[in-house]
Design a protein around this ligand. Structure first.
Ligand SMILES: NC(=O)c1ccc[n+]([C@@H]2O[C@H](COP(=O)([O-])OP(=O)(O)OC[C@H]3O[C@@H](n4cnc5c(N)ncnc54)[C@H](O)[C@@H]3O)[C@@H](O)[C@H]2O)c1
Length: 266
């Protein structure tokens, strides 16, 4: 699979926690395709996750950053440019966390302070990240910025709770910032709307295992794996997709365009 599609490119990958993380697979594929990267995650993930093992394997430096902190983000991108030896060509935002879901609050009884925190971590961090990159002029022309989304941004999936609104906001930031970044430096900004995937964040949603199996049956190609998502990310970081921007791209085995699947009725 190593076609060197990212040869000579420099990137930053947010959100690799353990081997299940979508970002973990993306980081592996980026390096396999010839890129050099830095890895980042919240300082707390340094203690609970396995990011050090990934960094050793990929020979990549870890620069911790809370994605809600402008100061941390400035430090992250400045240091990444130093370590990698120039401006960046791609950035992956692979971050999601809902306080109300964690604390099992019902959607009709949400705590609004927690909701603010959820939006900040899961969506506003994407705007913050792009604003810092923009102000530091840290992206090369034709660079590519991606975030991971979910179809609950458009349709109702009751147990996804306030993460649905987080994803709507995330996708909207991709469209709005995508305009400004294209005008400034021809930088592309997109979101990938991924199938349910067995990860720490995914399995935090109530009834996830049953839902995973439902979506697998509903999708004519089956659920897209984290590995397949990583390959799609590579295509969007590569020079083969230069004119794709301000899009929400479904990577879901066909789920989003299905109405009814006979397999579910059987
Ligand atoms: N798993 C799924 O079913 C699924 C489906 C569609 C989209 N997504 C999205 O994919 C992305 C990655 O999630 P995943 O499924 O790989 O799970 P994951 O739990 O492996 O990754 C989530 C990451 O967010 C990081 N994070 C949380 N708070 C942070 C903060 N303040 N600063 C920096 N990082 C922080 C975590 O440490 C973790 O590495 C998320 O945006 C998620 O919503 C997941």
């Amino acid at each position: 699979m190593a076609n060197q599609l990212l040869k000579g490119k420099r990137g930053v990958v947010f959100g690799a926690l353990d081997e299940q993380s979508i970002a973990w697979k993306v980081a592996e594929h980026c390096v396999e395709q010839g890129a050099t990267i830095t890895l980042t995650n919240a300082p707390v993930a340094m203690r609970f996750g396995k990011i050090q093992a990934l960094a050793e394997k990929l020979n990549a430096e870890i620069i911790p950053a809370d994605a809600t902190s402008l100061e941390d983000l400035e430090n992250l991108f400045t240091k990444s440019m130093e370590v990698l030896g120039g401006k960046l060509d791609f950035v992956l935002h692979s971050i999601g966390m809902s306080v109300n879901v964690r604390k099992k609050k019902d959607y009709t009884d949400l705590n609004y302070d927690w909701m603010q925190k959820t939006f900040d971590v899961s969506a506003i961090s994407f705007h913050k990240m792009m604003q810092v990159l923009y102000k530091l002029d840290a992206m090369n022309e034709w660079g590519s910025i991606l975030a991971l989304s979910y179809i609950a941004a458009q349709r109702t999936f009751p147990d996804y709770s306030e993460m649905a609104e987080s994803k709507s906001l995330l996708e909207s930031f991709a469209r709005s910032f995508g305009y400004h970044y294209a005008k400034k430096a021809k930088v592309r900004v997109n979101t990938i709307s991924q199938s349910p995937t067995m990860t720490t964040a995914g399995s935090g949603v109530k009834g996830f295992a049953e839902f995973f199996s439902y979506a697998d049956k509903m999708s004519p190609l089956g659920n897209a794996s984290a590995d397949a998502c990583a390959q799609y990310c590579i295509s969007l970081f590569s020079d083969l997709t230069k004119m794709v921007t301000m899009q929400n791209l479904f990577h879901d085995g066909g789920f989003s365009n299905m109405g009814m699947a006979p397999e579910i009725l059987e």
